[in-house]
Ligand binder design. Structure first.
Ligand code: SF4
Length: 434
């Protein structure tokens, strides 16, 4: 029989919150923020993402999102060509014409995001001015917003942060006498949102809202009486924008793995004065299912050494989950940015001697990785193939963002994402019987 995951972590844990962090700057190997369109266009079902970029940007989005020849896509690229780059054409006029044609053809669009790219930033195309002008023309049917998905000084999950931050000023204000409300912030797969909503209802919180919502007219109201909780660790700008409206963050570990999810719900319950015994009771069955699922995968992962290259910004919560719930050893936990405030509860749960690194100097980090010879490496696609060719086992960091991994019911699947490459490597290296 499997133990049920406890609701609270051991008191007195200090973890590695005060531990020194290796800060590096140098060449980085990451995708750009345009990648976020892949999951955001599925989430906000009446939004359209118009990248203002080059053919390279178009190829990136097309190949990352898959070709949807059977359906009307909800993303596209307005190509900046040589005439725009040479200043021979008025890019703002051309953009107006493209948007007018698009909205004429696609009456289902309610929010149009103009997404900036490296080329649009290099030619200093002012997309915020364009968004204001086009909103003036197309409201109330369509609101036009803008954000940057460029690869200049970003990592790919910052695309979602920039997108959600652009939505915040447009959110409605709650009614003056409205009771305190809760908003869950961060794009979650619909199936997970539904699971979380069922648990919130059982806890006695039926009015929880999500940012982003599935439809533009269902975005949450946010004001001084709003509490919000992050579902993703890469939403620093969005959090700042919400707080500038008076909303207050509920501090918690992230809902990855059974322990993180239990602590996340417990933090919400505490903020709304719900008894710990109620949380205990409501989450008992899913915690037991998660414990059973994790017990099945644990033998494949316990004792294995894992090395994280900085990529998705999910590295710290994932490291906590893999170390505490599956017994993995953390060789290095690299993250593009270490947001100490948002990650405080996570850092407190990591072993005090965890090797944390922030930023990247890819050559130096590759040297450290090769010297350590970990059992599995979590990294971007650009590093995975060369490392596999050197005999290492890798996990693509981007797959962890594309897959539904949050919550109790997904804890086993999340663990399995790390166990599978190890099993595959074992099969490849096991000599065949004669
Ligand atoms: S935004 Fe920049 S990094 Fe991203 S695909 Fe376009 S050119 Fe490349």
């Amino acid at each position: 029989m499997n133990a049920v995951i406890p609701l609270r972590v051991e008191a007195g844990a200090t973890g590695c919150g005060q531990a020194p962090v290796l800060k590096e700057r140098g060449q980085r190997e990451v995708f750009c923020g345009l990648t976020g369109i892949v999951w955001l266009h599925r989430k906000i079902q009446d939004a359209f993402f118009l990248v203002v970029g080059s053919r390279t940007c178009a190829h990136l989005i097309q190949s990352a999102a898959g070709v949807m020849i059977f359906a009307e896509p909800r993303f596209a690229t307005a190509i900046i060509d040589e005439r725009d780059l040479a200043g021979l054409a008025d890019a703002q006029d051309e953009l107006d014409r493209v948007v007018a044609r698009l909205l004429e053809r696609r009456k289902d669009i309610r929010t149009l995001f103009l997404v900036g790219s490296c080329p649009s930033e290099v030619i200093k195309l002012d997309l915020s001015r364009a968004a204001q002008r086009l909103s003036g023309r197309h409201l109330p049917q369509v609101r036009v917003l803008n954000y940057s998905g460029s690869g200049i000084e970003t990592t790919f999950t910052q695309g979602e942060d920039a997108c959600l931050a652009s939505l915040v000023p447009t959110l409605p204000l709650p009614a003056a006498a409205a009771p305190a409300s809760l908003v869950v912030v961060g794009a979650l797969a619909d199936v997970i949102e539904d699971q979380f909503m069922r648990l919130f209802v059982e806890l006695g919180l039926p009015g929880v809202q999500f940012l982003p919502a599935r439809r533009s007219d269902a975005m949450p109201a946010v004001g001084a009486n709003t509490r919000y909780i992050l579902a993703q660790p890469f939403l620093a700008d969005t959090a700042r924008a919400l707080e500038s409206r008076g909303a207050r963050r509920i501090a918690a570990p992230f809902p990855l793995g059974a322990e993180g999810t239990a602590a996340w719900f417990a933090a919400v319950a505490a903020a709304f004065g719900i008894a710990a015994s109620t949380v205990e009771q409501v989450t008992a069955a899913p915690r037991a299912r998660a414990a059973a699922a994790l017990a099945r995968v644990r033998p494949a992962l316990a004792g294995k050494r894992i090395f994280f290259f900085p990529d998705s910004q999910l590295e710290v919560p994932l490291a906590r989950f893999l170390q505490r719930e599956l017994g993995m050893q953390l060789v290095e936990v690299g993250t593009p940015y270490l947001h100490r405030e948002h990650l405080a509860e996570e850092l407190a749960l990591l072993p005090a001697d965890t090797m944390l690194s922030e930023g990247q100097h890819v050559e130096k980090q590759l040297d450290r990785c090769r010297a350590q010879q970990p059992d599995i490496v979590v990294c971007g696609l650009g590093l995975a193939n060369p490392l596999e060719a050197e005999g290492m086992t890798t996990k693509w960091a981007i797959e962890l963002v594309f897959s539904p991994i949050h919550g109790f019911e997904q804890a086993g699947d999340l663990a399995e994402l790390f166990a599978r490459p190890l099993r595959r490597r074992a099969l490849l290296t096991t000599p065949m019987a004669a």
